[in-house]
Design a protein. Structure first.
Length: 122
């Protein structure tokens, strides 16, 4: 029996994340903040390539551009993209994959952005 704290529980107790002795993976999110589209045609090619590889690695778009409103602070961005992956390992595998490499290289021509990966909670 394992007694520990798990991020998916509200307190220290029997570990509710354990299923058959293994922890359930937490989802991971890739968040991309696009500040400028430099080349619209290259951006469209990037989007098409990225979408295929994201699906291939088990990811799905949660936010893909769309309307936004600043509630606090100053934001200098054109669009925000949020992609959910089943786990940290899947998200990292996607980003480092040979399938995404072509799209990643194209993104450096197409746009200016910041990108980060964060662990989710279940």
């Amino acid at each position: 029996m394992t007694i520990s704290y798990c991020a998916c529980a509200d307190e220290v107790d029997l570990d509710p994340c354990l299923t058959d002795g293994k922890k359930s993976p937490m989802p991971a999110y890739i968040i991309s903040e696009v500040s400028e589209v430099v080349d619209a045609a290259a951006m469209e090619r990037y989007r098409a390539l990225a979408e295929v590889t994201i699906k291939q690695y088990g990811g799905r778009y949660l936010v893909r551009g769309g309307e936004w409103e600043s509630l606090e602070g100053e934001w200098a961005l054109e669009r925000t993209i949020v992609v959910e992956f089943p786990s940290w390992e899947q998200a990292k595998a996607w980003y480092q994959s040979p399938e995404y490499a072509v799209a990643r290289d194209l993104s450096r021509i197409a746009l200016k952005r910041k990108m980060l990966m964060v662990e989710g909670a279940s």
